[in-house]
Design a protein around this ligand. Structure first.
Ligand code: GRG
Length: 300
């Protein structure tokens, strides 16, 4: 399989889905819908939605697959996940949080529009995600997907991870346990949700869902460790967001706690654990494994 071509196919499909499932910019109030699309369309790797559709395909949901009969299409859920992810980025960049000027290579939403519009665009993307799940999936699948996404994005995971991150930033000396909580929840939970939601849409059995959870958690941890490494070693132009910010702020990261070499080893170990879990799934998980592995050497 040509994995790079496969990745391009998935990304192109996700981009079309974003256009299809998000209200047009001229929908009233146009300023709000323009801001929502501004942040969504700024690019981004589309990692989470690609993981979701690729996992669903692993269980036979591809439109032209003979296995697809009776299975739901994964695209609306992939868009929902990217909407939640983009909301979290918009809010993370606000002056009351990370106060950043650059995201996905463009001025952040509050710089391009204003703080109130950015706040509302984030709120609207978050809300829209759940409308998409409710509108595009039959019961009981819709309820299961809503529960999975709400849990991953909620106070015990994404938002909880962000809260502990803000608290840890103030004291500049987070413990390894606090750092693990932050990474598992702020980053890994949404990556875990990508794999699990894909599996749910593909009607994966309970054992497979448990395996997807484990793989997602390891992938998420590896992804965050590499994010910390890139913050310390890359530059703003390549990343499309401010580089060196964590170090400058004295923030505790994997790199600060363990050093670059150990961080690289830690990322590799987690990638391998994810690959081992994926190998036990029915079907050909080689694309997912390749994608997970390539995240370790990603430039941004
Ligand atoms: C405001 C509730 C709330 C949460 C914010 C996403 C987030 C939590 C903070 C952003 C800062 C950060 C380093 C988060 C860790 C997860 C991460 C690396 C997000 C960036 O994801 P990418 O690299 O971004 O997939 P793109 O732009 O490629 O989609």
């Amino acid at each position: 399989m040509d994995f790079t071509a496969e990745l391009k196919r998935h990304v192109a499909r996700v981009e079309r889905g974003l256009d299809q499932f998000v209200p047009r910019a001229d929908t009233r109030p146009s300023r709000l819908h323009t801001a929502m699309r501004y942040s969504l369309e700024a690019g981004g790797k589309r990692l989470r939605p690609v993981l979701l559709v690729a996992t669903a395909e692993l269980f036979g949901t591809r439109d032209d697959s003979p296995l697809a009969a009776g299975k739901a299409d994964a695209l609306a859920a992939a868009v929902a996940l990217e909407c939640v992810h983009t909301y979290s980025l918009i809010h993370d960049d606000l002056p009351c949080m990370d106060n950043d000027d650059l995201r996905r290579g463009r001025p952040t939403a509050h710089k391009q529009f204003d703080e109130a519009t950015a706040l509302l665009a984030g709120d609207a993307l978050l809300t829209h995600a759940f409308a998409l799940l409710g509108e595009n999936y039959p019961d009981p699948l819709a309820a299961t997907l809503v529960r999975e996404l709400a849990n991953a994005a909620g106070s015990r995971h994404l938002i909880g991870g962000q809260m502990e991150d803000l608290l840890a930033e103030k004291k500049s000396d987070a413990t390894p346990d606090e750092l693990e909580f932050i990474h598992l929840n702020k980053t890994a939970a949404m990556i875990e949700a990508a794999l699990v939601m894909g599996g749910l849409i593909g009607q994966a059995n309970e054992d497979a869902i448990t395996t997807l959870r484990r793989a997602g958690r390891h992938l998420g941890l590896a992804f965050q460790i590499v994010d910390d490494i890139l913050d310390a070693t890359s530059d703003t132009a390549t990343l499309g967001k401010t580089a060196g910010k964590d170090l400058k702020a004295g923030k505790t990261t994997f790199v600060k706690l363990h050093g670059l070499d150990a961080s690289r080893r830690f990322a590799q170990t987690n990638t391998q654990s994810a690959a081992e879990a994926l190998r036990t799934l029915p079907g050909d998980a080689s694309f997912l494994t390749w994608l997970g592995t390539s995240l370790g050497s990603r430039p941004k």
